[in-house]
Design a binder for this molecule. Structure first.
Ligand code: CU
Length: 483
């Protein structure tokens, strides 16, 4: 009660005052008027250089549209500003924000907005409720600095958020934020689709899965791979990077981590006073945010993940910061040596004394496929995914793979010896490392025959004799740099 009455008094004062051109909230003079620059993720509007509060007009549109959720997977997103997460809004503490929410005439649902930066009932929700083809306006004063989530709060609230209706609003403190070289907007969120991760086609929302908190997708910036490959974030050595990280949820808490970096500073929970230093992983609650800053000291690809790690490698919560410039080997050497590890010493290699375990031999192609499926599940599915789809920006697909179908002998070599360097599969370049798998000839023949029999591949049968011949011919890791 106290809070809402205090808020209404504050609102009254700050809204009335500009018309009188007198003193705004916090004793600062409110001057002028401007329309907020909104940006689509991962971009952030420029820092505010004003040293006084002003009236800021924000025009945001709710728009329902079908777009890519993952390769081959579409989803009908409900958006703020046409993107998931919604447009980034940047104002200054003390600004009087005149907020216009419009609902596109093509929408099928009413929408509204609850901004966590608002002091006032519902964060603006009922004041902004609009049916398709309607627009509504309300005004609030940005009393508290910080990074805040906004989201739709129309019933069923969870469904509107789950369909993509959340984003971030930054209220810069009066003194501004320290200058950095790069600023980016990253927001995590889950999607509850009828089909599991990677199941192709247009996927409808699944309310049962949402209630059970069992998402098929956990992603950054609205889709699997939104920050991978040529869409990776970029920086150069020596620069300081600031990430505005939100978590729209609707259900899960994020353990936000950047592999290979340490956050020099974390504005805990998006507040401005509690700044933690030297942090590996920061917890971001559903409906919460954090600001993380770090200097990039050497080159390479730094991987953004939710460190609840199955979400990263199996549900899409993975992104990339590609750092260019000159590598600093005093910070990180890279791999300096590679050799044979002999735990018993070179002279003590034991020959097997017992009879080698009996490996059942497949009698025909059908048996090879059945046995190969088990080898695949144990050795390959974690990276290439159970349905062979691969992982955008990280692991190439095996499904309908032109690389695989073009050259079975090369494929045998890859499984025998591993693969490194850039490789182009179905027109997309990948650059990761595949280790040599210590499988016997029979297993390699079976797993390849299985893969060739699946997902639109050309049905090639690979025999143990072919693998044996390739092994006898020798060779080493297939290095695509040399091709
Ligand atoms: Cu909505």
């Amino acid at each position: 009660m106290f809070r809402s009455s205090r808020a209404s008094v504050a609102l009254l004062a700050c809204v009335l005052v500009p018309s009188l051109a007198a003193i705004g909230c916090g004793g600062e003079r409110l001057r002028g008027e401007e329309t907020a620059v909104l940006t689509a993720p991962p971009l952030v509007p420029p820092p505010i250089t004003r040293t006084h509060p002003t009236k800021v007009i924000v025009n945001l549109e709710a728009h329902e549209q079908t777009a890519r959720l993952a390769d081959g997977v579409d989803y009908t997103f409900w958006t703020f500003g046409g993107t998931v997460p919604g447009s980034f809004i940047r104002v200054r503490q003390g600004d009087v924000v005149e907020f216009h929410l419009a609902n596109h005439p093509s929408s099928k649902n009413p929408h509204n907005i609850d901004l966590h930066a608002v002091t006032g009932p519902g964060g603006g929700a009922s004041a902004s409720l609009v049916i398709p083809g309607q627009t509504a306006t309300f005004t609030f004063t940005a009393l508290n600095p910080g990074l805040y989530v906004y989201h739709c709060a129309t019933s069923p609230v969870g469904m509107h958020i789950a369909n993509g209706m959340s984003g971030l609003i930054l209220v810069e403190p009066k003194e501004g934020l320290p200058k950095v070289d790069r600023e980016y907007y990253v927001q995590q969120g889950e999607f509850y689709t009828r089909g599991d991760f990677g199941v192709a086609g247009h996927q409808p929302f699944d309310m049962r899965r949402a209630i059970d908190e069992d998402p098929a997708y956990v992603v950054f910036n609205g889709s699997a791979g939104a920050l991978m490959g040529d869409k990776a974030l970029t920086a150069d050595v020596g620069e300081t990077v600031r990430l505005y990280v939100g978590n729209g949820g609707p259900n899960l808490v994020s353990s936000f981590h950047v592999i290979g970096e340490i956050f020099d500073r974390v504005y805990t929970e998006g507040g401005t006073k509690q700044i933690n230093e030297n942090v590996q992983t920061t917890l971001i609650p559903a409906g919460g945010a954090a600001i993380v800053e770090f200097k990039v000291e050497t080159t390479g690809n730094y991987i953004l993940v939710d460190h609840s790690i199955f979400r990263a490698f199996n549900k899409g919560a993975i992104g990339m910061l590609a750092v260019g410039g000159a590598a600093d080997s005093s910070v990180f050497s890279g791999r300096q040596y590679e050799g044979i590890y002999q735990p018993e010493g070179g002279a003590m290699q034991r020959m097997p004394t017992a009879a080698a375990p009996v490996v059942p031999t497949a009698k025909n192609r059908a048996e090879q496929i059945a046995m190969g499926e088990r080898v695949f599940a144990q050795n390959c599915a974690a990276c290439h995914q159970p349905n062979g789809s691969g992982l955008a920006g990280a692991f190439p697909p095996l499904a309908a793979s032109d690389f695989l179908n073009a050259d079975p002998k090369r494929a045998i070599g890859v499984v025998l010896h591993g693969l490194s360097g850039p490789v182009t599969v179905n027109g997309v370049q990948y650059n990761s490392l595949m280790p040599a798998l210590s499988l016997n000839d029979e297993d390699i023949a079976n797993v390849l025959t299985y893969v060739y029999s699946q997902w639109g591949n050309n049905g090639t049968r690979v025999t143990p004799d072919q693998v044996k011949a390739a092994r006898a011919a020798g060779g080493q890791r297939v290095n695509m740099d040399a091709h």
